[in-house]
Design a binder for this molecule. Sequence first.
Ligand code: MYA
Length: 585
Amino acid sequence: MEAATKAQPEGEAEHEVSSFAKSLFLGEIPEHLAFPWPSPDPDEQQRIRELNAAAREIGSRIDQRKVEEKRWIGDDVVRELGEAGLCGLYVDERYGGQGLSQTGYARVFETLAQIDATLSIVLGVHQSIGFKGINMFGSDAQKERFLPDLAAGHKLAGFALTEPDAGSDAYELKSRAVQQPDGSWVLNGEKRYIGNGAKGDVFTAFARCEVDGKDRHIALVLERGMKGFEVGERYDTMGLRGNDLRRLYFHDVRVPAENVLGEPGEGFRIAMQVLNNGRIGLGTGSVGATKRLLDLAIDHVNERRQFGRPLADFELVQEKIAWMVSYLFGLESMCYLTCGLVDGGIEDYSLESAICKVSGTEFLWYAANRALQLRGGAGYMRDEPYEKILRDIRIFPIFEGANDVMRAFIALSGMRPLGEKLSEVGQLNLGDPIGTIGVVIDYVSERIQREVRPERISLAHPELAEHADDVSEQVKELRGATEKLLRTHRKEIVDRQFQQRRLCDAVSDIYAQIAVLSRVSSIFADQGVEPSGQERYIADTFCARAAHRVRSNLGQIESNDDERMAAIAKLAYRRGEYGYALFSD
Ligand code: MYA
């Protein structure tokens, strides 16, 4: 296992951590991964500024309504984006890219998301997922062949995973690639909802295949013009209307062996790793989009007067703005801590990226609603940006992993290491005490060790000790709740989605608090505590509210009305309608 690369604190034994968030479920806080706050690379700063400036300049010339009418941002715009370096942000310079870190990539994407969702989706489909697999898993020859044109924007990429019967359940895809005697593959199948559909030149596509007699998955690089590769009809979408969303059909497409990514059989892992990375982009994109909404809302409430006062003076207006600012501070901290973990070389960030995706996309949706509410009746009109924003972002909680499915994934993957430990103990064969004694000793000693570990996060700034202590308590409570759920439900926990949601939301809030503590500790260290009063105030508020949500979620694990809610839903299924008539019609 490749361990996280951040330095261990002096005097502590080397402790390999594969995932920060998974450790939290075990009751552990690998704080050396989160502290100190990952500082940006100074050499990268200037390049990011230039790329952001270029993105803003190009964005300012895009007429977003025209893009909706024409249903494409324009090939000329793609060319300009490519010339400005915006099509190959993380691609190594030797292939003509910008060589940005995950953090740098996210900062540019934040800007793109502030400008326009369609622009960011076209570029996001291209590089967040479209050719990310080539960059991550491609051989040198594949990188040399594909990356230069993709980074320059001469070619656009797409990501072909979803199928009519395999949406959230991506494992169950039906497209099939069969290997031929000459080593090439013949691909048949159908994909749907594929972005950059008719505009894409290169697609990372996934299919089933047989490897050593076993049914597995394969990742293939498809190129436009391959015989039998047909781009199908375009979807008429609610938002993101400039994104060319299509069906794709594969009729006996012959794919040469040199277009296989990784090894045959590794396809599902490749798809998931690409998505792990892509999901961070939806988190940081949500940060950027919310900043724009907040700017719009602040301008409006300062200017607009009603009842003889600016709207800004009303408490329920302040409540909305303050909620947006403080939650944004938490989300931004969490997303950039995740980028820092990736840049630090952590092996497994699947939970963290899913957390950023779920938290970011839901927050953005509610922020957009609140910003529109503050704008009042004018916000409902199509000459204001809100209706387009709402239409555009509505898909975010659905694509790249539907949020409810991601919640289940976060909870179940998070519980798994603890479940494995407990099941070792649960499977003790009392007839063979000698064979199992090692397991018991490991388990018992681990429990004791946990109890004597420092009870608080020790690397946060001392001024934040109260929150640091409280977060440490919450992590213990999370571990306790996870253990209780596993003991109560055992394998049936996979069907207990009410409970999974609570664990997911609790761990997300804990992760966000740790990120905020790290960020503000570093601000205190750099600028001093006194001059950083505003950040402290926001951090205090965010952490207090998040802690309250954690306790509320964990408390409901024991005391809830889940059975009633499930029963009401089942009654409704049986009735087939609402059917509780107040009046007889
Ligand atoms: S692209 C298509 C999006 N589709 C999805 O996201 C599919 C969602 N489904 C899944 O992710 C999986 O099927 C789930 C599990 C998670 C449900 N990392 O038995 P399993 C391993 C690493 O649990 P399943 C689009 O929408 C797992 O450990 N490994 O599998 C366009 C196990 O391994 P092992 C993972 O129940 C968007 C094995 O796989 C992960 O079938 C356009 C099987 O696991 C993981 N995450 O699935 C976006 N998950 O066997 C544009 C599972 O060894 C972006 N595994 O134990 C633009 C950005 C810009 C934003 C701008 C904003 C303004």
